[in-house]
Design a protein around this ligand. Structure first.
Ligand SMILES: Nc1ncnc2c1ncn2[C@@H]1O[C@H](COP(=O)(O)OP(=O)(O)OP(=O)(O)O)[C@@H](O)[C@H]1O
Ligand SMILES: [Mg+2]
Length: 146
């Protein structure tokens, strides 16, 4: 997981810098193995981090990524202090083609694919948000050999 997270952060760094968003990460150093398709898992996490950066751009806010291994699973938290998600939007964010980024290249497939990939890996994604204050996504994946 730490290798994947490092790659994702590296890939999103330029977008964050361009957007004036402070992207912080604290990544677990000790081995933290997940069984699955690395490319898909990488893309799934990257989708969520890009969303967080995009949601924080207007405020020039910040995004924090943390990785916390527990006994049987690892939690990856992506916390932003951006636009937040309204209750009406919340019920739709994982639906295919739901986007609030009309005219800004959003396809609305990001979270739909992310959720599918995580479920294919026996993982999950949950979200907690306060409109105008920010959003936290928590991605959970089972650890190998646990
Ligand atoms: N961190 C976030 N803060 C605020 N809104 C969010 C956040 N993450 C997702 N959303 C909302 O959920 C919607 C769906 O997200 P999703 O990633 O599926 O599509 P998208 O980002 O609009 O398009 P794409 O991922 O294809 O570029 C977004 O348009 C946005 O309204
Ligand atoms: Mg997206």
């Amino acid at each position: 997981m730490s290798a994947i997270l490092r790659e994702v952060i590296k890939a999103v760094d330029a977008l964050a810098a361009q957007s004036g968003v402070d992207l912080q990460s604290s990544i677990c150093e000790h081995p933290c193995m997940v069984l699955g398709e690395a490319v898909q898992i990488k893309r799934a996490i990257q989708n969520v981090i890009i969303n967080a950066v995009q949601a924080s751009a207007e405020k020039k806010g910040s995004v924090a990524v943390t990785c916390t291994p527990k006994d049987f699973y690892v939690d990856i938290r992506i916390e932003d202090n951006g636009s937040g998600i309204t209750p009406a939007q919340m019920s739709k964010i994982f639906d295919p083609y739901f986007t609030t980024k009309q005219g800004k290249s959003g396809t609305g497939l990001g979270l739909y694919i992310t959720k599918k990939v995580l479920e294919d890996h026996n993982g999950s994604i949950k979200v907690d948000s306060t409109p105008d204050r920010g959003t936290t996504f928590t991605i959970r994946l089972p650890l190998l050999n646990s």
